[in-house]
Design a protein around this ligand. Structure first.
Ligand code: ADP
Length: 239
């Protein structure tokens, strides 16, 4: 089968959109990150570990993790009504579930870790961009982690397995969209959703592309974290 692209934006089937990533973008947060993939931009801010309010919600064994995903009104072509809705509530839960296996929650009994992710601009793949940004923000906050979490959607567009679906990809008829989150060192998937139809062989083909995409994203996340500490080191050295 030809691997020439039939995608609306002419990308190769295994090609991610251009990525930019940066940590330490929200000064007052304990940790923060920006993750941009194509025209999708996510900003994550982490607060904690901190006291739990109300106190009766605290867990003597481990940290409780709260996650809030929000899409700005003007992040999409048609103004979105501000505030939480069913979709954002579901995505908040999905992001939290994808990050939990990577956090050493037992290191922080009776504490809360709060993760806020805002989508400034949406062009599909916002839950995956949110996860990639949030994992970097957790690491930036110094939260003990078992692994990074890297996320991207894979699937089928025009009968071809592809990675990192844009809105144009998603709008092609009969597209299958499979967002995945992946822990690169454990080689373990912490999120998988499926929208569309797919058979077993196609599924394997798409997931292989998705994992390869997550591994590329992992390299970008690591570089962004290292870059921050490299520049901190220069500042300290010049003091
Ligand atoms: P994801 O962003 O994780 O792919 P969805 O599949 O729910 O999640 O959304 C796909 C895309 O559809 C979004 O990234 C965004 O570009 C667009 N979209 C989602 N909600 C809205 C909305 N209320 N108005 C306009 N576009 C939206």
């Amino acid at each position: 089968m030809s691997k020439q692209s039939s995608r609306p934006d002419g990308r190769k089937h295994d090609e991610l959109r251009p990525i930019e990533a940066k940590v330490g973008v929200v000064e007052k947060a304990n940790g923060s990150a920006m993750f941009k993939i194509g025209n999708t931009i996510a900003i994550a801010a982490v607060y904690g570990p901190k006291e739990v309010h109300p106190k009766h919600m605290e867990d003597p064994e481990k940290a409780i993790v709260k996650c809030y995903y929000d899409m700005y009104s003007f992040s999409v072509p048609e103004r979105k009504r501000p505030g939480p809705d069913r979709r954002s509530t579901e995505i908040s839960m999905v992001i939290k579930k994808s990050l939990l296996p990577a956090i050493f929650v037992k290191e922080y009994p009776k504490s809360a870790i709060e993760i806020y992710v805002s989508i400034m601009q949406a062009d599909a793949g916002t839950r995956c961009a949110a996860i990639s940004a949030a994992a970097m923000a957790l690491a930036d906050a110094g939260i003990a982690m078992k692994d990074m979490v890297s996320a991207v959607a894979c699937g089928f567009v025009n009968g071809q397995a592809v990675v990192d679906l844009s809105k144009e990809d998603e709008d092609v008829e009969d597209t299958t969209d499979i967002p995945i989150a992946y822990m690169p060192r454990k080689k373990s998937i912490s999120l998988m959703q499926l929208d569309g139809k797919i058979n077993k062989e196609q599924f394997k083909e798409a997931i292989t592309l998705g994992i390869a995409g997550c591994e590329k994203i992992y390299e970008v996340q690591k570089k962004a974290l290292k870059d921050k500490y490299a520049s901190d080191h220069i500042e300290l050295a010049s003091e």
